[in-house]
Write a protein that binds this ligand. Structure first.
Ligand code: ADP
Length: 538
């Protein structure tokens, strides 16, 4: 067979030739605008030309500091297609981490949203390698800023060559992108994506039994483009010519609900906290969400109660998925096999609330102190993954050896696998509660708690215990208006029939909000500290 190179340039050139009339709807500070892919590709070529004019060369890292919109999409393709490396910077990291990752990746140019300029201004004196700042404004004007030299994106594009030819010497194994893990503990770790990895991952996104993305979809990436490449959706959707909806800055559940209705979104993806927020909005307003064919939910465990409400009350199919920054990120999806449709509704829901089966192209195994764990749905072990879109190291980081050894990525996620190959994430190693030599899954308890009708969000953390080593504490945010309708005792009565006695939380605390990470996951380290002092005082 021919050994043609699997590159991002070949993907966008396909879109340009065969799907130029399809559209991208982009919300920015100035409002919502629609572009054809023909316009997007023209602007992508101009961006590559503009970056070349700024002195960008093959292998240089270009940082983006931006929301989900058309300019960010243009950078997604322009930077790798000229041979440079796209570094999507998480705008919600701490100042210290932002400066750290820009220096660590040695970014040469930063593309920044106008409203996010102040965040970069704060760290500018710490940046060692940045030679130019480009502001992605809606006008071709320059806002006031202490950053220099500062250029306007639109002015640069105007002066650039929109017929720019993408680099022809790109090897499919060359780096296309770099993204840092959100670093809930320690410094963020860099993951480099190759052209080949992104290309193959995009194909998996399009497989009917995986992402199932196709030309006829209207895809809204709610996952930020600065987090694991918005799960690779912008790459795949552009390649396939799906209509894309990019919801822009500071999106709220209301904006999401409106965009789903107005743009007739068929597929969207995000973390559970986003969908809990949307659910609240759907319960208050009247929205037509009937266009949705599926919602991809991952990044943290999707509570079973939430899946059920979306599906039964709103008829919105939910697909639970699992992945990591290190895995580009798609690894497993919870779809039923055809012969599993005979199961009872409850069993089907139970199965679908697990993280599912590995997608074609990747291999997984579960390992514990006895070797490979039994595939019986019970035996727990760490999930190991390998395949063509799995990283093989962290970028210039001595923490690589521990995570990547013996040819496998060691995920740090504790899972079970059943005989069908369905994976269930029991916990992250560091969040498991070790009580009296046994493990308690915080995720299982949270799932059960979130099925309570008065509970909005719930997180379970461990606190130290003199006899049992650790014990679970349930932290609960009640739904609005339910503050007086549910007591600690009600919660315990609700859990008691569902779990072994030693699994039940020692304490239930009601809190106003669960602290979240930069990507909207429960920040258990902070919650643990908060709860520890609260419980100790009582
Ligand atoms: P971070 O490690 O900073 O949270 P990632 O977004 O890469 O950044 O997170 C990957 C982790 O998120 C996984 O290792 C796993 O613990 C968790 N995760 C991802 N998807 C799911 C899911 N569907 N259910 C439970 N946990 C998940």
């Amino acid at each position: 067979m021919m050994n043609t190179q699997l590159t991002l340039a070949s993907m966008i050139e396909h879109t340009e030739r065969y799907l130029p009339k399809k559209e991208v709807v982009s919300r920015t500070l100035a409002g919502t605008r629609t572009f054809t892919y023909q316009e997007i590709v023209r602007r992508t070529r101009a961006l590559a030309s503009a970056l070349e004019n700024l002195g960008v060369e093959k292998g240089d890292r270009i940082g983006t500091f931006a929301w989900n919109h058309h300019r960010h999409l243009e950078a997604y393709f322009a930077v790798p297609s000229m041979g440079a490396v796209l570094h999507t910077i998480n705008i919600r990291l701490s100042e210290e981490h932002i400066a750290y990752i820009i220096n660590h990746a040695e970014d040469k140019v930063l593309l920044i949203d106008e409203d996010l300029l102040p965040l970069i201004e704060k760290v500018k004196d710490q940046l060692k390698t940045v030679e130019a700042f480009v502001v992605m404004t809606d006008e071709d004007r320059l806002p006031e800023s202490t950053l220099e030299p500062l250029y306007s994106y639109e002015t640069l594009l105007e002066k650039a060559d929109e017929t720019y030819q993408f680099a022809s010497d790109i090897d499919e194994n060359d780096p296309a992108g770099i993204c840092y893990t959100s670093g809930t503990t320690g410094k963020p770790k860099g993951v480099v994506y190759s052209h080949r990895g992104i290309y193959l991952h995009s194909m998996a996104m399009g497989l009917a039994d995986a992402g199932g993305l196709s030309e006829s979809d209207v895809v809204m990436s709610v996952v930020p483009m600065f987090h694991a490449n918005a799960w690779g959706l912008p790459f795949a959707a552009t390649w396939f010519g799906s209509t894309q909806v990019l919801p822009g800055p500071n999106m709220t559940p209301k904006i999401l609900a409106e965009m789903i209705e107005e743009q007739k979104v068929t597929m969207t993806a995000g973390v559970p906290t986003i969908w809990l927020g949307l659910l609240k909005e759907l319960e208050q307003g009247r929205y037509n969400t009937s266009s949705l064919r599926r919602v991809l939910c991952g990044g943290a465990a999707a509570p079973k109660g939430m899946i059920k409400t979306f599906e039964t009350k709103y008829g919105i199919p939910f697909i639970h998925a699992y992945g990591m920054t290190e895995t580009t990120p798609l690894v497993t999806l919870s779809r039923l096999k055809s012969y599993q449709s005979d199961l009872s509704e409850e069993d089907r829901l139970e199965l679908r609330s697990k993280q599912g089966m590995v997608v074609p192209g990747l291999e997984v195994k579960v390992v514990n102190e006895n070797g490979e764990a039994k595939a019986d749905g019970d035996d727990m072990g760490e999930l190991l993954i390998r395949g063509p879109w799995i990283a093989d190291s962290y970028y210039n980081d001595d923490r690589s050896d521990e995570a990547f050894r013996d040819g496998w990525l060691h995920t740090g996620d504790v899972v079970t696998m059943d005989e069908e190959g369905t994976i269930k994430i029991v916990d992250r190693t560091k969040d498991l509660i070790k009580s009296g030599g046994e493990w308690i899954s915080s995720v299982d308890l949270e799932n059960a708690l979130m099925a309570h009708e008065s509970v909005f969000e719930a997180a379970v953390v461990a606190i130290p215990h003199p006899k049992w080593q650790e014990r679970p504490i349930a932290c609960i945010v009640r739904k609005e208006g339910e503050e007086h309708n549910v007591s600690k005792q009600d919660i315990m009565d609700f859990l008691t029939p569902q779990f072994a006695k030693w699994w039940l939380p020692d304490e239930v605390v009601f809190i106003a909000e669960i602290p979240k990470t930069s990507v909207g996951k429960f920040l258990k380290t902070a919650l643990r500290d908060q709860v520890k002092s609260q419980v100790m005082q009582e």
